[in-house]
Design a protein around this ligand. Structure first.
Ligand SMILES: NC(=O)c1ccc[n+]([C@@H]2O[C@H](COP(=O)([O-])OP(=O)(O)OC[C@H]3O[C@@H](n4cnc5c(N)ncnc54)[C@H](O)[C@@H]3O)[C@@H](O)[C@H]2O)c1
Length: 268
């Protein structure tokens, strides 16, 4: 029986834990939980039958077959190093934390370690991956959010933008994914994912638009390639218990766990 550990027991980790309990109870070994805030791991443990709390991150990695990282960008690098050393498979949600770690991803590839990056809050990674084989000429991301979603972002502070004074649809930022990730580090997962799947962070173009009329986070990915052009749009509903995390992101992690255990796979 495969053993799963969850590192980071917040919104996504808890949703995944609940899913494992519902779908894989009795089919996987005891689930191991680790969170830097012990109370979060304890709370999640109470809803997963037979689950155990790991001593630390190393313990969680060493004693499981599949590690699900749902902690933070800064934890993701440590988890990646840990799973490569221990030769364990892993699913990463904090994809921004993997940028700059491409040599470790290559090492995982060479060692036969499965590293899975769910599509998270966006659609279209399947088409992007397929189109890449033909040659991609352009990848553009337009993200639309309510102004308050960008509160505290370094770019907003540096430019002295008064988010609460924005009354209409406004383009706040246009630049490369690398620049977007520096200016908006808490919103980096989508840019990081499409950069890793497509043309890299310097050649991926990002536009961030805000409006007080937006109630949902929307992502549009436009791809031009030798196989044709695509426009993928996702209008995300927030997670029921954390408005900052798109519901689709938790669901994408669940679908990735399903895929890990399946022999018949549908979609690219
Ligand atoms: N790929 C995507 O589309 C996508 C979408 C949303 C969120 N995310 C990312 O997934 C991660 C989890 O998101 P969330 O909404 O569940 O966040 P959350 O804040 O609800 O939960 C994160 C949990 O991880 C714990 N944690 C943080 N750093 C840790 C560390 N170093 N070691 C152990 N535990 C640690 C925290 O205590 C917290 O309980 C974040 O990095 C977030 O950016 C990815």
């Amino acid at each position: 029986m495969k053993k799963i550990s969850i590192i980071g027991c917040g919104t996504i980790g808890t949703a995944i834990g609940g899913y494992i309990e519902k779908k894989f109870k009795g089919k996987v070994g005891p689930v191991l939980l680790y969170d830097q805030d012990a109370s979060c791991a304890q709370k999640l443990s109470s809803i997963i039958t037979g689950s155990k709390i790991a001593k630390d991150m190393k313990d969680a990695i060493k004693n499981s077959d599949l590690i699900v990282e749902a902690a933070s960008a800064s934890a993701a690098g440590d988890v990646l190093k840990g799973v490569i050393d221990a030769e364990k498979d892993a699913i990463f949600m904090s994809i921004g934390g993997l940028l700059g770690q491409e040599s470790l991803l290559d090492e995982a590839e060479q060692k036969g370690i499965k590293i899975m990056l769910p599509s998270g809050a966006v659609a279209g990674i399947d088409a992007l991956k397929a189109a890449k084989i033909s040659g991609i000429t352009s990848v553009r991301l337009t993200t639309r959010k309510p102004p308050k979603a960008l509160t505290g972002a370094p770019f907003i502070l540096e430019k002295g933008i008064a988010l609460d004074e924005i009354k209409e649809e406004t383009v706040i930022f246009k630049g490369s994914a690398s620049e977007a990730m520096k200016g908006f580090p808490k919103n980096i997962n989508v840019s990081a994912l499409i950069s890793l799947a497509g043309l890299g962070p310097d050649a991926t173009l990002v536009k961030i638009v805000v409006s007080p009329a937006y109630s949902k986070n929307t992502h549009e990915i436009t791809v031009e390639s030798n196989a044709g052009n695509f426009l993928m749009r996702t209008e995300n509903v927030p997670s029921p218990d954390n408005p900052k995390t798109s519901y689709l992101a938790s669901l994408a992690a669940m679908a990735t766990i399903d895929g890990y255990f399946r022999n018949v796979r549908i979609g690219t």
